[in-house]
Design a protein around this ligand. Structure first.
Ligand SMILES: [Zn+2]
Length: 292
């Protein structure tokens, strides 16, 4: 029985290639438990969960990374958010079943992929926007890497019933290359291309890496856990309501008797009755920025 919900870093020294392997089990099941996604949407969302986790694992940051796809096709929004603490959440919004996992069929012609990193060390969030190119999420991410970074990068993604998994390999920066084998990058790609979706989702990372690279010199790092976690909270909802302003919130309470906010990521429900709202704005009234 393999470890569940893990990410694993490795180095194929003889190819001058570094890599990350991700297998999401309960994380993935929890993410889709509340929504009856059509198969094609589920497939694209699963690939995006893995792709975002892989992307985050290649970057040193303290904060959160968000992968978004926006378009005007059957799926109009897809969001996956990963933190440096190994938590992931995400969702997709669709108005009809695209019936295909092809990106253009699913998101329309002019869709964009937006990568945002909000990190404590950055004064401003980093944002990279690329046209959604290629037929699958792996292709689209490769385009992103090509435009944002000089290092050749490839992703291999798979989604099965209860697991979403993938491998990312990246050519080492020039100063870190030691073997200088001209065929190394190509060889690593050919090897990763031999894995089936079934193997990627079922076998443990040690077995997979051994099967792929047993003729190479490989270093495997300690695996790190991944889990589904939503960052919503009563405090955040408070902040959202105070941002709307007392008049707006009062009018909702008047109309509906209360304010009910449901988190789109985890289905948590936050309720505010008239007394809660009064208390919320009593606290906020002392803050000059909320005065009118
Ligand atoms: Zn939530």
């Amino acid at each position: 029985m393999r470890e569940r919900d893990n990410q694993q870093k490795f180095l194929v020294e003889t190819c001058d290639v570094r890599g990350h392997l991700v297998q999401l089990d309960d994380t993935w099941l929890e993410a889709v438990a509340r929504t009856d996604y059509p198969d094609s949407v589920r497939q694209i969302l699963g690939e995006s969960f893995v792709a975002a986790t892989l992307l985050a694992s290649t970057i040193k940051f303290e904060g959160k990374l968000t992968l978004q796809v926006r378009g005007e096709g059957p799926i109009h929004l897809l969001v996956v958010q990963v933190t440096n603490e190994g938590t992931v959440r995400g969702l997709a919004r669709w108005h009809e079943d695209p019936g295909s996992t092809d990106l253009e069929s699913a998101f329309g012609e002019d869709a964009r992929m937006i990568i945002t990193i909000e990190a404590r060390a950055y004064a401003e969030p980093y944002q990279g926007i690329v046209p959604l190119e290629g037929s699958c999420i792996a292709d689209a991410l490769q385009t992103y890497f090509k435009t944002s970074e000089q290092l050749p990068t490839r992703l291999y993604l798979a989604v099965k019933d209860s697991t979403a998994a993938g491998i990312l390999i990246q050519k080492l920066p020039a100063e870190e290359r030691t073997y200088h084998d001209a065929d190394g990058w190509q060889r690593a790609n050919v090897l990763c291309g031999t894995l089936t979706d079934e193997e990627m989702c079922t076998d443990d990372s040690q077995t997979l890496l051994h099967r792929l690279f047993h003729e190479e010199r490989v270093r495997v790092f300690d695996p790190v856990g991944v889990r589904f976690h939503c960052s919503c909270s009563r405090e955040r909802t408070d902040g959202m309501l105070t941002g709307l302003g007392q008049a707006e919130v009062d009018s909702i309470v008047e109309e509906q008797g209360k304010v009910e906010i449901t988190c789109e990521f985890c289905d948590s429900v936050y309720n505010y009755d008239a007394v809660d709202v009064a208390a919320l704005f009593k606290g906020a009234a002392t803050t000059p920025s909320t005065q009118h």
